[in-house]
Design a protein. Sequence first.
Length: 165
Amino acid sequence: MNIREDNAIHHIPRPLLPSRVLKILDQAANETQLTEAYLHRALIVDDSQAVRTSVQLELKKLDVSSDCAESGEQALAFLNGNGQYDIIFLDVVLPGVDGYNLCKTIKKDKRRKYTPVVMLTGKSSPFDRVRGKLSGCDTYLTKPVSRGDFQDVVQKYLSQAKGVV
């Protein structure tokens, strides 16, 4: 907002709201994605914009481009329209199709059968971990995930996909 005083313009900054911060981070992530060539692609499926943005920025540090979906249905649309991904991150709790069923659907598809699926969720009980394994996920990580553990998992699967990251 600008205020005029005696022909001078003074800028009064607006407060940084969480929605503005997320919008700025999202813009930065998208600009970086358009200007750099990436070796790997990831799909991030989570209903929380903060989690999607955080994972997306972490992947950028590892030179991994990413698409983000906030529901199982949107993820299926990405999978059917955008070809192959080198790794997929799924939350368990999603609007519509949950992460377990989405994982089963992905693993039944012959083209994606060997694509690593990482469950990235707040559900940490042994029962939930078993459900994740039964649905076909390759790794089950509980939020919050340490940066080191996250990077280890990403590098493990991407080095198997197309050589060392």
